[in-house]
Write a protein that binds this ligand. Structure first.
Ligand SMILES: NC(=O)c1ccc[n+]([C@@H]2O[C@H](COP(=O)([O-])OP(=O)(O)OC[C@H]3O[C@@H](n4cnc5c(N)ncnc54)[C@H](OP(=O)(O)O)[C@@H]3O)[C@@H](O)[C@H]2O)c1
Length: 396
């Protein structure tokens, strides 16, 4: 741990725990560094001054000056070291509300959380939707707020209540650290994540691929395995097969042994065939409802008119699971099918099953493009406007 070695070199630590970065010491200067961690900026500045003055009390003349200056330098150094870079937004809006904060305080580790040194963060449509305020009624945020949900990284510290969990310092994990699910935001150098929202990283995936997987992978798993209970030889239509969710759903459906049709734009035709799709339909020039009939299930990742037209291809007793639309009872009755709106919940159990499935079946996670943390605003624009084939990932 950099700071621990540094403190030891400076000879100012009485006792340092490298696991927790908690400094147990009689030195007021070092207590000040703990304050950075636990009490926030304002109190920290006051403590910084007080601690430096305290260091001088029992000295006089040159010694007092030396102690004051060394205490001040040391505390400023500690302040710099315990800051991290994060991508924050200062209010709801477009790309212009995003700012890079170089001096974000390292999140305070509490309860059932772990502090993760992030290696990569995945971009999802939900990230720019949150920035634009789509979710503000459901989950009001305090600003500035750190963006980002999906991540892959290495556990740096473990919270007191998480010590007995299956995780330990140094474990490679993936999952979610969004502020909307109890984390501190994944577009940052370090993030807090609740142990219920992480799992060990799939071994076959590198950090970029693993960071691209949590929301889309769990969405596909929850829909096909849990909601549809898709089985061998059933027929499934997957809308948006070249997208983040669609490209995993195709592989999962084929792995189960289903017959897969998918809607894509013509440029993505070959890509989804390589993922295993049996039939591809160009959504711009063809009408899927003229080509398909008697399908067991539809997985809708598009919504709107695509959702409504999908009822026509289902057989009686079939099912449509939508990521965007609430069930329409008149359509359900008219076509005698079941309709479900799925709110994906990324939890440890699903992430663990997903990781096992990915590892056992050599699943392909297509990272379309990577951006640096400083370029996150462009990564969000790229996801929204350019429409990637697969996923966009931030390297950290
Ligand atoms: N309810 C939940 O809990 C939940 C969870 C996760 C995601 N979601 C939502 O689910 C949606 C899909 O997520 P994602 O991560 O897969 O998005 P994505 O990566 O942006 O993929 C969307 C795909 O749909 C394609 N597409 C666009 N219009 C189409 C149409 N009319 N017919 C067929 N394909 C079309 C796009 O291709 P082009 O290049 O042709 O545009 C793109 O390949 C998003 O709206 C997201 O917010 C909801």
């Amino acid at each position: 741990m950099g700071i621990v070695s540094l403190l030891s070199i400076l000879g100012t630590t009485d006792k340092v725990s490298s696991d927790s970065l908690t400094i147990v010491t009689g030195s007021p200067g070092l207590r000040c560094i703990s304050c950075i961690h636990f009490l926030g900026k304002a109190k920290m500045y006051v403590d910084l001054l007080v601690s430096c003055i305290l260091r001088t009390i029992s000295f006089s003349g040159k010694e007092a000056v030396f102690n004051f200056v060394s205490g001040l330098s040391f505390n400023i150094l500690g302040f710099i070291i315990l800051m991290m870079k994060s991508v924050q937004f200062k209010g709801y809006g477009g790309s212009d509300v995003i700012e890079i904060n170089q001096t974000t305080p390292t999140p305070t580790l509490t309860g059932e959380n772990v502090l993760v040194k992030l290696k990569a963060a995945g971009i999802n449509p939900i990230d720019w939707k949150i920035r634009e305020g789509y979710m503000q009624q459901m989950i009001p945020l305090q600003f500035p707020s750190t963006l980002g949900m999906d991540f892959s990284g290495v556990i740096n510290q473990i919270g007191e209540k998480a010590i007995s969990s299956e995780f330990k310092q140094g474990d490679e994990v993936y999952g979610q650290a969004g502020v909307t699910n109890g984390g501190s935001g994944a577009f940052a150098e370090l993030a807090l994540a609740n142990v219920d929202h992480i799992a060990h990283k799939p071994e076959r995936l590198n950090h970029l691929e693993a960071a691209a997987t949590p929301l889309v992978g769990v969405s596909a798993w929850q829909a096909l395995v849990e909601n549809m209970k898709l089985s061998k030889n059933q027929k499934i239509l997957i809308h948006g097969g070249a997208g983040g969710i669609g490209s995993i759903a195709i592989q999962l459906a084929k792995n189960i042994g289903a017959h897969v049709a998918t809607t894509v734009n013509a440029n993505d035709d070959q890509y989804v065939q390589e993922l295993g799709a049996d039939q591809t339909i160009d959504y711009k020039s063809q009408k899927f409802e003229d080509l398909l009939h008697d399908y067991d299930v539809v997985y809708d990742t598009i919504g709107g008119d695509t959702y409504k037209r999908s009822f026509k291809i289902l057989k009686k007793g079939g099912m449509i699971v939508s990521m965007l639309e609430q069930p329409k009872s008149e359509l359900m009755q008219q076509y005698d099918v079941k309709a479900i709106f799925q709110f994906t919940q990324v939890n440890k159990e699903r992430l663990t099953k997903l990781a096992q499935w990915v590892d056992q079946n050599n699943i392909k996670i297509n990272v379309d493009r990577t951006f640096s943390l400083d370029e996150t605003r462009y990564a969000l624009e790229y996801q929204k406007d350019v429409h990637p084939r697969g996923k966009v990932v931030i390297t950290i």
